[in-house]
Design a protein around this ligand. Structure first.
Ligand code: PLP
Length: 443
């Protein structure tokens, strides 16, 4: 008997049979309001006619052309658009098939950048604790998500780590936010000096932390401090925008709002909004010029690099976002959604924080609002919320807390940018129902 390998091997999820706009339907006729865009992927909702038409046309013309033999107009046009809309001189685009591949490619490009300069000793990446950058071995090594790393620890390269910028939990009461930010930048500088600047390749972070912390934006000035340190010590700054990029936070690139230009940016998820698997790395001119002037080859590649149908889907998605002014919509609707959540849960005894940027929105759950004590992770409140939300016809993307209490369970909301006020009211009302049922179930 054939068995599909799902993440949970003891449980087969419902069978999705159709998806349209904000909704998916399963084979039992149940409908689900997509409040998380899957995993912060579906920015246009499902079955968008423009995207389907663009994919169909590309399939009929050239469904596949190996990037070792050909380029295609559609991949070139997508690359041009991504680069033109990116901050600074992020003019160089490498198209892959997803977020982890984008991160792997960025890590290897960063290493090769130094090797081309004879700096073979550079092998250290610095990332942040409680981070997630993908599930392939390089990206997993970079991430600090204990649960996802645990079994694979012996296979992972060593990475230096600093604290995330997580104001809700880590800024002591009474400490000025600028002082908190300066402390984080100081910690990064100490880590750079400890590892030896000449050994370091780069620092990697998500501009707005998605899955591991639940839509946590940086404090003002944090990334300016990071950028200044990377310049001072000649190391690369790699921004992982796989989840927070492509308009999710109200600007095409989340880091635009922090006023700095990374050396490398990884994209995925919202790039083609789920219509095709695709990711990308954007690199600044100085990075690619060094490779071009050195060996002339980026020593990397995958069979589906720059896949034309995936590029067609991504290009169509990006055109619709621009045409329908959906970046502005993500900002405005994100503010509305957070306001609605505050109205519904602002006084809830187990909701500690409601936060986010644009339509990347998070709600952290706590046992006790006063001292921010999280629920015991063994209770798996996050899993109960997901299950009860599905029972209420709602898709949310929750994540568990940690045993050391450094993070509580949280619920991530990342609805498509087309969500109306009525959709958002439904999201909040179903979530309220689901949370009530989940809390009852774990007691
Ligand atoms: N980076 C971040 C910040 C992510 O959130 C994810 C996925 O959730 C990845 C990388 C990996 O992307 P993928 O699952 O497409 O490989």
């Amino acid at each position: 008997m054939t068995q599909m390998i799902h993440r949970n091997l003891r449980h087969t999820p419902p069978t999705a049979v159709c998806a349209f706009g904000m909704y998916l339907r399963d084979s039992n006729g149940n409908t689900y309001l997509d409040a998380s865009g899957g995993a912060a992927v579906s920015s246009l909702g499902h079955s968008h006619p423009d995207v389907l038409a663009a994919m169909g046309a590309q399939m009929k013309s050239t469904a596949y052309a190996h990037s070792g033999f050909f380029t295609t107009d559609v991949a070139e046009e997508l690359a041009h658009r991504l680069a033109t809309d990116a901050p600074g001189d992020l003019n160089n685009v490498y198209l892959v098939s997803g977020g982890s591949e984008a991160m792997e490619s960025a890590l290897k490009m960063a290493r090769q950048y130094f090797v081309e300069n004879g700096e073979h000793e550079r092998r250290v990446f610095i990332s942040r604790r409680q981070s997630y950058h993908g599930n392939t071995l390089g990206a997993l090594a970079l991430g600090g998500n204990e649960a996802r790393r645990k079994q694979f620890e012996p296979l992972l390269m060593d990475v230096a780590r600093v604290a995330p910028c997580y104001e809700y939990r880590d800024r002591p009461a009474g400490q000025d936010v600028n002082e908190y930010t300066a402390g984080l930048v100081d910690e990064l500088e100490r880590k750079i000096l400890e590892a030896g600047p000449h050994n370091i390749i780069g620092f990697c972070a998500e501009p707005v932390v998605g899955a591991t912390l639940g839509a946590v934006p940086p404090t003002p000035g944090y990334f300016k401090g990071v950028r200044a340190l990377c310049n001072k010590y000649g190391i690369l700054f790699i921004a992982d925008e796989v989840m927070c990029g492509m308009g999710r936070t109200g600007t095409l690139y989340a880091i635009e709002q922090d006023g700095v230009v990374p050396d490398l940016v990884a994209l995925g998820k919202g790039l083609a909004a789920g219509y095709q698997p695709i990711g990308a790395v954007l690199a600044r001119d100085h990075v690619v010029e060094r490779l071009r002037g050195g060996s002339g080859v980026f020593q990397h590649g995958h069979t589906y690099n720059a896949h034309p149908v995936a590029a067609a889907a991504a290009l169509a998605v990006q055109k619709v976002i621009r045409r329908d002014c959906l970046l502005g919509a993500a900002t405005v609707r994100g503010t509305t959604l957070r306001r609605m959540l505050r109205d519904a849960f602002g006084a809830h005894p187990h909701v500690g924080d409601i936060r986010g940027r644009g339509l990347l929105v998070g709600m952290e759950l706590v046992q006790d609002r006063e001292n921010k004590r999280p629920f015991d992770p063994d209770l798996k409140l996050f899993a109960a919320v997901k299950e009860k939300a599905m029972d209420c016809g709602l898709m949310v993307y929750p994540m568990g807390g940690t045993a050391d209490g450094r993070r509580g369970d949280h619920i991530l909301l990342a609805p498509p940018f087309i969500a109306t006020e009525a959709d958002m009211a439904q999201i909040v009302s179903r979530l309220s129902d689901a949370l009530g049922r989940a809390l009852a179930a774990i007691r």
